[in-house]
Write a protein that binds this ligand. Structure first.
Ligand SMILES: Nc1ncnc2c1ncn2[C@@H]1O[C@H](COP(=O)(O)OP(=O)(O)OP(=O)(O)O)[C@@H](O)[C@H]1O
Ligand SMILES: [Mg+2]
Length: 498
């Protein structure tokens, strides 16, 4: 008899030092089913999926494949059974080309054992075309932005004969157009009988694309609902164990009229004569398509990239910034979009990462830094951002994805900046925590800190910003007060139709 489920995980438990990540969790999926695994940051989703892909071994519990118990010996074993994962933290080799990454470990060899670049390039081209991905097969992965790296990840997982495809937050760096493409790919795979496990914090997406939703809370099962019967509020209360009504509190104070920063005609590699200003206590949202130059502009301001022309004034005086250190000294903090490569030092502790940029500020007599100051600051942010750690000395690499993102935010806040530049601040953060982060941003602005938010989620910008600047191909194409902004106006400017 055919088993009802393609995969069945029964009573899975997993303990890490200091944390029980999973306790007696059941999870199953049928052929051609799309199931969402939902839960707050740190609920255990990625851990469960790492067990299913042989990365971790469960402490107890069993896994059945087409009704037969399997004992995965490692990732290779899972992969050979057709269980494939797109990891939340990218897994690409950044110094190899896109096409080399696609077929890594599964290269096209000729009968004589030679690696054929021509063959590989041809196959890569075909795959990208099929997925409507516009990427040169020969480009080095390190030259792609996060969204494009994610597309390579997706293509890589689809390069094989996949029976079970796990997508751990595949859409967090994609724009709505790319998401639509991804969803149509998912539906095609579903028709072919592939079982898809989809992890996302964006509930609209979950409701749109999945058949069933399995909810985890604190490492335990706490819900299993058919998507067509589910509502957003119901999912939120299953996830957090209570109802959240007030997602976002508005600003209590209007920004002042005083200008903090004035950017005059700066040019860079990807930026064409950008000029704008930001007032004290103002939140300016930067909208635009991926690649429109929003983060490139941010990098010019903080000195991570060299500007070829133009000036930046703070309080009316010219600011000379040659290096990100100068920006920090001037009171400008920056949260990069790419937390893994630029935001965090993964093998270091929560405390070391949080206080990394403020050592100079923390110095006391004879240049010494007191442990207690570091502890206090770290504990303050762990508490305020509700970061799930078992100790401030926990290695950042062992935190869940969303909690890593919160550390990047803590690190930027610890600078107590005058201007805070946030690129995709809530990527990978769960709905409850996202509301908290938004409230923190609003509170900072109420304290006269100026804030730039770069986000590909338009709703996030609408929630937060006093004013929206839109970029298109390296230029600022619109400057819209929030009262006059709507989706249509912003999108028009984003595609350069103004
Ligand atoms: N290698 C590890 N060592 C120690 N603790 C770990 C390790 N991996 C995960 N954990 C802990 O297990 C818990 C569950 O983490 P997991 O990554 O599964 O969460 P998640 O549901 O995927 O969250 P997110 O939505 O933030 O990605 C967290 O408390 C995390 O810190
Ligand atoms: Mg995760």
């Amino acid at each position: 008899m055919m088993a009802e489920f393609l995969i069945e995980m029964r009573q899975i438990s997993k303990q890490f030092p200091g944390v029980r990540a999973l306790r007696d969790v059941d999870f199953s999926i049928k052929k051609g089913e799309i199931v969402c695994l939902l839960g707050e940051n740190g609920a255990g989703k990625s851990t469960l999926m790492k067990i299913l892909t042989g990365v971790y071994k469960q402490d107890c519990g069993s896994i059945y494949y087409e009704g037969e118990e399997i004992h995965l010996t490692g990732p290779r074993d899972a992969y050979e059974r057709g269980i494939n994962i797109i990891f939340q933290e990218f897994n690409l080799c950044s110094n190899l080309s896109a096409m080399e990454n696609l077929f890594l470990g599964n290269e096209n060899r000729t009968k004589e054992g030679f690696f054929s670049f021509t063959q590989t390039r041809k196959k890569a081209k075909e795959l990208f075309e099929k997925l409507h991905i516009d990427i040169e097969p020969d480009i080095k992965v390190s030259q792609l932005n996060v969204a494009r790296q994610q597309m390579v990840e997706i293509a890589k997982a689809l390069a094989y004969d996949t029976k079970v495809l796990i997508m751990d937050e595949p859409t967090s760096a994609l724009t709505s157009k790319e998401i639509t493409t991804l969803f149509s790919i998912m539906r095609t795979l579903k028709e072919r009988g592939v079982a898809i496990i989809f992890i996302s914090h964006k509930l609209e997406e979950v409701l749109e694309v999945t058949d069933r939703i399995v909810v985890l809370r604190d490492g335990e099962n706490c819900g299993n609902v058919i998507t067509s019967d589910a509502t957003k509020n119901q999912l939120v209360s299953l996830m957090v164990g209570r109802e959240i009504h007030n997602f976002f509190t508005k600003r209590t104070q209007a920004p002042s009229d005083e200008i903090l920063l004035e950017v005059k005609g700066i040019c860079g590699n990807k930026i064409k004569k950008a000029s704008f200003n930001i007032k004290k206590g103002e939140i300016v949202g930067f909208a635009g398509l991926v690649g429109s130059g929003r983060s490139a502009l941010a990098r010019l301001i903080i000195g991570a990239e060299k500007k070829s022309e133009g000036t930046i004034l703070m309080d009316g005086k010219e600011l000379i910034i040659r290096h990100p250190k100068d920006a920090i000294a001037a009171g400008i903090a920056y949260l990069p979009e790419d937390r893994k490569n630029m935001g965090l030092v993964l093998p270091m502790t929560v405390r070391e990462n949080t206080t990394m940029c403020i050592h100079r500020k923390l110095q006391r007599l004879f240049g010494l830094i007191s442990n207690k100051d570091e502890y206090d600051i770290t504990d303050h942010y762990i508490d305020e951002l509700k970061i799930k750690v078992f100790s401030r000395e926990q290695i950042v690499e062992t935190l869940s994805g969303g909690n890593q993102q919160k550390i990047v935010i803590a690190k930027a806040l610890a600078v107590t900046p005058r201007l805070l530049i946030l690129c995709e601040p809530t990527r990978g953060i769960d709905v409850g925590a996202k509301a908290e982060v938004h409230n923190i941003i609003a509170t900072l602005a109420d304290q006269d800190i100026s804030i730039i938010v770069v986000s590909s989620e338009l709703q996030e910008i609408f929630n937060l910003a006093d004013r929206i600047l839109v970029m298109h191909e390296g230029a600022i194409t619109a400057d819209i007060p929030i009262g006059e902004a709507n989706q249509e106006v912003v999108m028009k400017a984003a595609i350069g139709a103004v």
